[in-house]
Ligand binder design. Structure first.
Ligand code: HPA
Ligand SMILES: [Zn+2]
Length: 337
């Protein structure tokens, strides 16, 4: 195989699990803190990066929400999204489906309109300039109440046409999918698709709830599914995509080391596994680095890398004609590299 890093970067792929707030690099965080005169408890970019040593999901979320506090005006959300798209483009991403967490911002008095307009402007621009297509997924914070999620959905409805799906993120344990049945029912009634983080830290039963109660089209993370054989068989039968985030899983101690990740096991069971970056500014790499970390740790073959890229297109919310075009590009790349 040609040098793995350049093979991976050139491979056309979709990214399906990316929190835009998690792409806030320390340099931009410092710039925006200065712009808005927000005091930071860190004296330098290096000191901030040094604080990115997490013990679990919650220890990360505490720092992630504190970081998002510097995002204040439409230009900030535009700059954040544009910077992510440039990284994604360099990593061979042809299509991206990004999460945003409106409650992280509306809870501190930033208007929903400010957030979504800034993100959307960068997405539309990247479509024209870089040819990257997109979908936008609104995530509810599961540590907040079901009523707060419903209020957020109501705020989003005037922007219905800009949003493809709703999702569920933040602290998983103790906040099962069943808490959000009513708001997900309402979202589906509005024609929105649904996804949910499940089986990252939480038990396989949360994956089952996401399928049965929230009627999700994908499971975000889902790596703990292997603990339930009947669930694995169902996920395989339904070809239910899992949006796996390897560097995130290692940084949040879901697996002790990259070598211990169960990605190959998931692939070998015939699951529709995809590889994604989750929160690249916090976890040490964008999507290509996630592929590369797994290739190095698990000696993934060229065929497995190509399968992951194919899965990313098949698991996307792109129309089938667009999927076919991207799948053909992957086959052409595979044949010529
Ligand atoms: O990996 C995650 N899990 C849950 N919530 C999140 N919010 C950002 N990243 C994550
Ligand atoms: Zn996530």
């Amino acid at each position: 195989m040609q040098d793995a890093a350049s093979f991976i970067r050139g491979l056309p792929k979709a990214e399906l699990h990316l929190h835009i707030e998690g792409s806030l690099e320390p340099e931009m965080l410092f710039e925006l803190a200065a712009k808005h005169r927000v005091a930071l408890p860190y004296t330098s970019v290096e000191a901030l990066r040094d604080a990115y040593a997490f013990s679990d999901l919650q220890s990360f979320l505490d720092i992630y929400y504190a970081g998002a506090n510097v995002l204040r005006d439409e230009e900030d959300f535009y700059a954040l999204t544009r910077a992510y798209l440039l990284h994604a483009h360099a990593d061979g991403v042809v299509h991206t489906e990004i999460f945003f967490d409106p409650q992280t911002h509306t809870e501190r008095g930033i208007a929903f309109d400010t957030v979504i307009r800034g993100i959307r402007r960068a997405l539309l621009e990247a479509q024209l300039e870089l040819g990257i297509t997109h979908r936008l997924i609104l995530c509810f914070l599961r540590h907040l109440s079901a009523e707060s999620a419903m209020a957020t959905l109501r705020q989003a409805l005037p922007y219905r046409d800009w949003i493809t799906a709703v999702g569920l993120d933040s602290s998983e344990r103790g906040h099962p999918p069943s808490k959000f049945v009513t708001v997900f029912d309402r979202a589906r009634a509005e024609g929105l698709l649904t996804v949910a983080h499940a089986g990252e830290e939480g038990p396989p039963a949360y994956i089952v709830e996401a399928l049965d109660l929230l009627h999700v089209s994908r499971i975000d993370h889902g790596v703990r599914c292997l603990e339930d054989e009947a669930l694995v068989q169902r996920l395989v039968r339904e070809q239910m995509p899992l949006t796996v985030c390897p560097l995130s899983n290692v940084m949040l101690k879901v697996f002790a080391r990259a070598e211990d990740h169960n990605l190959r096991g998931l692939l070998q069971r015939g699951l529709c596994v995809t590889v994604n970056s989750d929160d690249p500014a916090y976890f040490g790499g964008y999507v290509a680095e996630n592929y590369l970390a797994m290739q190095r740790a698990l000696q993934l073959t060229r065929a497995e890398l190509i399968q992951l890229a194919r899965n990313s297109i098949l698991a996307s919310f792109l129309h089938s004609s667009e999927q076919s075009r991207h799948l053909a590009a992957i086959e052409a790349y595979a044949a010529s590299h």
